[in-house]
Write a protein that binds this ligand. Structure first.
Ligand code: CP
Length: 322
């Protein structure tokens, strides 16, 4: 008999999850996909739970996707951003969270500019904490939705060759992808200007490709990352134009690939910098499918952390509201 896969209180990173836990989240996301296709997109799995989305940094996809996931599972939700809350008056992360807990919440989804902020919070409050992206550390639900999208298109993760292209140094998405993909048995490489590749990254088991042409020759999947200009000091790259010339993913470059390459991008995109519009909107792009899968993955994470049993996910999807 196989042991039941269980989860802890929080989801702060993919580094700390086992391959079985990651596979379970992806498997539970599968039945939840269909809920978003219904005219009435709601099941009662999290009825009675109160969830706070605490976003200290800007977000479109992650915040809205979590909110849809929570609402589709019938949780009550509140959104708080740094701007317009008492964070602007200097209130600390923990004090904000403790005050929210005094109003009897169950879960917090947090996005914060400091690496480690989600774990810091998780260690200090009894509510479940889910990391919606912390500094340059991890963005675990983005890594999960990227893997679900790759699995949808290629049938498996194990043995697949995935290259993450761009600003690896500042990217929490890169770190979550690396941990998750390696645990599921993919081959992973990174490609970008030397100034944007963290020194010693090979120690994680990741290949480093210096030229984007090598990445296109090698990979079955390119996960193209945004240049995080807001996290950069001057001097990482000579100019955006030069970056596009040497590392931009264009149709002309992809036409030289020995196979079709699946194109992912976590968004927001800088069209004409790291990715050309004809690629972003082209036949091999699955960028909007990543966004669709994000809702199902986040439903799965919320359901499992709330104590939902993986084998009950199919039944939970069929339950009606009354
Ligand atoms: N992929 C991602 O994290 O996008 P947002 O910053 O819009 O949430």
């Amino acid at each position: 008999m196989t042991a039941r896969v269980t989860f802890g209180k929080d989801l702060t990173d993919l580094e700390g999850l086992s391959a079985d836990q990651i596979r379970t989240i992806l498997d539970v996301a599968e039945p939840f996909k269909e809920i978003s296709e219904r005219p009435i997109k709601k099941v009662p799995a999290l009825r009675g739970k109160t969830i706070v989305n605490l976003f200290y940094e800007p977000s479109t996809r992650t915040r809205v996707s979590f909110e849809f996931a929570e609402k589709r599972l019938s949780a009550d939700t509140v959104n708080i951003s740094g701007v317009g809350s008492s964070v602007q008056k200097g209130e600390s992360l923990v004090d904000t969270a403790r005050n929210l807990e005094a109003m009897r919440i169950d879960m917090v989804v947090v996005r914060h500019g400091s690496s480690g902020a989600a774990q810091f919070l998780a260690d200090r409050i009894p509510s479940n904490v889910i990391n919606g992206g912390d500094g340059q550390h991890e963005h675990p639900t983005q890594g999960l939705l990227d893997m679900l999208t790759i699995r949808d298109h290629l049938g498996s993760i194990e043995g697949r060759r995935v290259c993450i292209v761009g600003d690896i140094l500042h990217s929490r998405v890169a770190r979550s992808n690396i941990w998750g993909l390696l645990k599921l048995g993919a081959e992973v490489a990174v490609c970008g200007p030397p100034t944007l590749i963290p020194p010693g990254i090979e120690a994680l088991g990741v290949g480093v490709l210096k030229r984007v042409e090598e990445a296109i020759e090698w990979a079955e999947v390119l996960n193209v990352l945004r240049l995080q200009l807001e996290r950069m000091e001057a001097g990482y790259i000579p100019s955006l134009r030069e970056y596009n010339r040497f590392f931009g993913i264009s149709v002309a470059r992809l036409e030289k690939a020995p196979r079709d390459i699946l194109i992912l991008h976590p968004g927001p995109m800088n069209r004409g910098v790291e990715i050309d519009s004809h690629v972003a909107d082209g036949p091999h792009s699955v960028i909007l499918q990543q966004v669709t899968n994000g809702v199902a993955v986040r439903m799965a994470v919320l359901y499992l952390l709330a104590g939902g049993r993986p084998e009950r996910a199919e039944a939970a999807k069929k339950e009606s509201r009354e």
